[in-house]
Design a protein around this ligand. Structure first.
Ligand SMILES: *Cc1c(COP(=O)(O)O)cnc(C)c1O
Length: 372
């Protein structure tokens, strides 16, 4: 049997490097609650993202839930967002008692179609939650203009966008805040983890309260907060992985270029074009299969790869406005582009150490399905 190829493979430092990083914890016995590792990672990330404030979390989802809650949005307010994302984005809105209003995506980079946002605004609209999907940068200027005109908060789900810059500027700079996920499957990981980037000083204490039970001192509980702290083992993994992140992204670039050279200009295959003025992180390699031109469906390709022990991922399928948990609540015909793409897209295996040989094998399997 061939070696199983998964859609991703988590980046890890050398075993010795990690052991070395966690060694002093056997002296201090300080395992969590904003210890030295947490402090160091936070400072390094503030520099890297070039933002005034980074708050670290045990995962990206709780970061997103907390920042939405911290915006004090009106009860049952409407939040304009995209259905073409991971479940977390929509769930974070709904779990805050807010109503998602789904805006369609554009068919170039699959981010929210900024030209379709304004028509969705009502007197209940209070925020926009766009997603830099696959690390593709949203139309941040147009979105900010709309937000300013109507007084809306903008919170970016930047889970996919670690290391991405736009016009040389960190993608963490846009909107009121950006959420990054450091989940094992993301370009940069802390095993599980996440962060919020923002510049509003008044959010620092509030977010701290929300992630640490609102405890201000041994005898002082000032706020009804939850628990979403990043622990020291997670932070240590982040410190190690951060040392190698630029090399990892460069290796991902080489894998991506090889995929592109094989699959570009094939009839019926659509790839995301590199975005103008964007330095990407090569986090994902989404491919859209147009059956009529290509000769096989997305599901055919998925199955052919699976037969060879290669796991591609239908990412994102299904889209969140069709989830079973929302049955009957949303009209999917309002996001036709997202629906179209979700039925045809496949993200191919991509990670720093994926060999050229495997990429060739994957492309050979795909291209063998072409219309003869
Ligand atoms: C991974 C991801 C999240 C959630 O992050 P976790 O760290 O897994 O909680 C949110 N949004 C998107 C688009 C993601 O891909």
């Amino acid at each position: 049997m061939n070696e199983e190829i998964l859609v991703t493979r988590s980046s890890m430092p050398d075993f010795e490097e990690y052991c070395n990083e966690i060694k002093d914890m056997w002296d201090t016995h300080w395992l969590t609650n904003m210890g030295d590792k947490h402090k160091q990672l936070q400072e390094e990330l503030e520099k890297r993202f070039d933002v005034p404030h980074v708050t670290l979390y045990t995962n990206g989802h709780l970061a997103l839930e907390n920042i939405i809650a911290a915006m004090n949005l009106p009860k049952h307010g409407e939040v304009i967002t995209t259905p073409y994302t991971f479940a977390s984005t929509t769930h974070a809105i709904v779990r805050n008692g807010l109503n998602p209003v789904f805006c369609d995506i554009n068919d170039e980079d699959f981010t929210i179609d900024a030209d379709k946002i304004e028509r969705l605004i009502t007197d209940k609209t209070c925020a926009i939650v766009p997603v830099h999907v696959y690390g593709n940068v949203c139309d941040v200027e147009k979105i900010q203009k709309i937000a300013d005109k109507y007084g809306l908060k903008v919170i970016y789900d930047a889970a996919h966008a670690f290391g991405v810059t736009y016009n040389g500027e960190s993608v963490a700079h846009f909107g009121n805040a950006s959420m990054f996920s450091f989940h094992a499957t993301k370009v940069f990981n802390t095993i599980e983890g996440g962060a919020l980037c923002y510049s509003d000083d008044s959010l620092v204490q509030k977010l701290y309260d929300m992630k640490n039970f609102g405890i201000h001192g041994p005898e002082d509980v000032a706020y009804v907060g939850g628990n979403a702290k990043m622990n020291e083992f997670q932070a240590a993994m982040g410190i190690c992985n951060l040392r190698h992140i630029d090399d990892e992204i460069e290796k991902r670039r080489i894998v991506t270029e090889h995929y592109r050279s094989r699959l570009e200009n094939v009839s019926g295959i659509v790839l995301c074009k590199p975005q103008k003025d964007v330095k990407p992180n090569y986090g994902y390699f989404p491919v859209v299969f147009n059956e009529k031109l290509f000769g096989a469906t997305r599901n055919d390709v998925f199955m052919a790869l699976a037969d060879n022990n290669i796991n591609a991922r239908k990412y994102f399928y299904p889209i969140s406005n069709t989830f079973e948990c929302f049955h009957g609540r949303y009209d999917v015909s309002e996001t036709p582009v997202a629906l179209h793409v979700s039925k045809r897209v496949l993200t191919l295996p991509l990670y720093a150490d994926l060999s050229e040989e495997i990429v060739d094998k994957i492309c050979d399997i795909i291209l063998a399905l072409r219309k003869k």
